[in-house]
Design a protein. Structure first.
Length: 101
């Protein structure tokens, strides 16, 4: 039989409790269900890329017109291009498949 989880007055109190207690004594993990967290953003990995100053200036100008940060605009441009590449690769595979018949 599982113990009842106590009520906590604060997050700090709860944190302290769980640092010294095992959840197995309070939760039947065999009845747990996998959670789907579809709205989470994928984790980002910082990279360093060297671009010509003129390219950065143009990117900032376009971003300013669209009222978005230029780094966000750059991510959008890269994501769009990756999608185009995936679509063109898919189309090439379909074409090659048709000609094999």
């Amino acid at each position: 039989m599982n113990r009842k989880i106590p009520k906590f007055k604060s997050e700090a109190e709860e944190r302290k409790f769980w640092s010294s207690h095992d959840s197995v004594d309070y939760i039947d993990w065999r009845r747990g269900k996998r959670a789907v967290l579809s709205d989470l953003r994928p984790s980002a990995h910082a990279i360093s890329i060297r671009l010509p100053q003129a390219m950065i200036d143009e990117l900032k100008l376009i971003a300013n017109k669209r009222d978005v940060p230029y780094q966000s605009l750059l991510k959008i441009f890269i994501a769009e291009r990756l999608q185009q590449e995936r679509q063109s690769q898919h189309a090439l595979k379909e074409t090659a498949f048709r000609y094999r018949k």
